[in-house]
Design a protein around this ligand. Structure first.
Ligand code: CAA
Length: 380
């Protein structure tokens, strides 16, 4: 078992790390203080080919493996979890569903522009009364000649308003439960597709989390993704890999928090020596580093399975469950190491703490990950 990155993957890691440090770091304040969407950063990422890392070259992507993509999310998130999640949603749950389930026309029309970064993508599954119970969604799509007419609303849509293309899930047959859900590619600007309020959030400042509504929104029938009734499968199968992305985002936050805590603990003197040499802090750092290492192994193990086309729903959920908990715990401890300074905005650890929390919630809460893991255990 070789746990080292390949030469190509190592180049990706170095390139994204340099990019994040030089380009994203100066932008953090604009996101944090003004909630500015990092459009400039995304444009630069597009120039580097980062908006289509796993997309085959024939559709305008870089044609790299899933692990390389996960490395990019990991490295971006060490500097900005906001940029990490924007890329994760764009790729895992918008571009990939079209790549895997779309017709050749849909791929040529949408995947190429998503991969180049000309378009930004979003994924619209969650509704006010359908969060963890995703199959209970109520948005309706009724076929009328050569269009589907959509009515309903969505909430908490990452990249909403900024995205050009949305994968929207709606009920086409209310009698069939999860098998009555279909997926549609909906373009921003379609009449009746209304971008609503952007939520003010605890963390991930600069990212968009919006409400969407559909009022007699006519979507061309050719924009049905996959077959009628295949929507839930499309959502679940892409969330499966998407969860590795959120696990990588969590890992990035945890690594950043650990690094900041170690640097501070070596510098800060109390009782005549650096606090890192006080056992209470030294042991804390040791536990944080051990958890980060374990999370890293789970994340890259799941990524490796995915890269090799091996089913990995359980491993993806385990990686997300563990890495998001690690991000929260390590960020909490990092604030503790910094003491009173950690509670101020002078240091980044309070941002890591706020950003970590959402990783235990979106793309399936920790409780949902446990459902996925335990069902697999019982089924085997
Ligand atoms: N791949 C393919 N098919 C799948 C699948 C997968 N990974 N998981 C389930 N399915 C299929 C099942 O096989 C089943 O079909 P059959 O009856 O033919 O076998 C069908 O889908 C229904 O599956 P379940 O019976 O398991 O469905 P359920 O209602 O019990 O729900 C659940 C399962 C795991 C709880 C699911 O509802 C879930 O994942 N909920 C969480 C929702 C979620 O993650 N939302 C994220 C929103 S997006 C987001 O957060 C993005 C962001 O902003 C960052």
């Amino acid at each position: 078992m070789d746990l080292r990155f390949s030469e190509e993957q190592e180049m990706m890691r170095k390139m994204v790390r340099d990019f994040a440090q030089t380009e994203i770091t100066p932008f953090i304040e604009r996101m944090e203080e003004h909630d500015e969407f990092p459009r400039e950063i995304l444009n630069k990422m597009a120039e580097l080919g980062l908006m289509g890392i796993v997309i085959p070259e024939e559709y305008g992507g870089a044609g790299m493996d899933y692990t390389s993509y996960i490395i990019a999310i990991n490295e971006l998130s060490r500097v900005s979890a906001t940029v990490g999640v924007i890329l994760s949603v764009h790729t895992s749950v918008c571009t990939n569903p079209i790549l895997f389930f779309g017709t050749e026309e849909q791929k040529k029309k949408y995947v190429t522009k998503l991969a180049s970064g000309e378009y930004l993508g979003a994924f619209a599954l969650t509704e006010p009364n359908a969060g963890s119970d995703a199959a209970s969604l109520k948005t309706r799509a009724v076929k009328d000649g050569d269009v589907y007419v959509l009515n309903g609303s969505k909430i908490f849509i990452t990249n909403g308003g900024e995205a050009d293309v949305y994968i929207v899930f709606a009920v086409t047959d209310p009698d069939k439960g999860s098998k009555g859900i279909s997926a549609f590619i909906v373009e921003k600007g379609t009449p009746g597709f209304i971008i609503g309020k952007n939520e003010k959030k605890m963390g991930l400042h600069g990212s968009r989390t919006v409400q969407l509504s559909f009022e007699d929104c006519k979507v061309p029938a050719e924009n049905l993704l996959g077959q009628e009734g295949e929507g839930f499968k499309i959502a679940m199968s892409n969330l499966e890999a998407g969860r590795i992305g959120i696990a990588a985002q969590s890992l990035g936050i945890a690594e950043a928090a650990l690094e900041a805590a170690v640097a501070y603990a070596k510098e800060r003197q109390q009782f005549g020596k650096p606090i890192a040499l006080q056992q209470g802090i030294g042991f804390k750092l040791a536990d944080m580093a051990t958890a980060v290492e374990a999370a890293r192994l789970l994340v890259y193990r799941a990524a490796n399975l995915k890269s090799n086309g091996i089913p990995c729903a359980q491993e993806a959920s385990m990686a997300k469950l563990f890495a998001s908990r690690t991000a929260m715990e390590v960020a909490t401890e990092a604030v503790q190491v910094f003491g009173g300074y950690g509670y101020t905005k002078e240091y980044p650890v309070e941002r890591y703490f706020r950003d970590a929390k959402i990783c235990e919630i979106y793309e399936g809460t920790s409780e949902i990950q446990r459902i996925v893991i335990s069902r697999k255990l019982i089924a085997d």
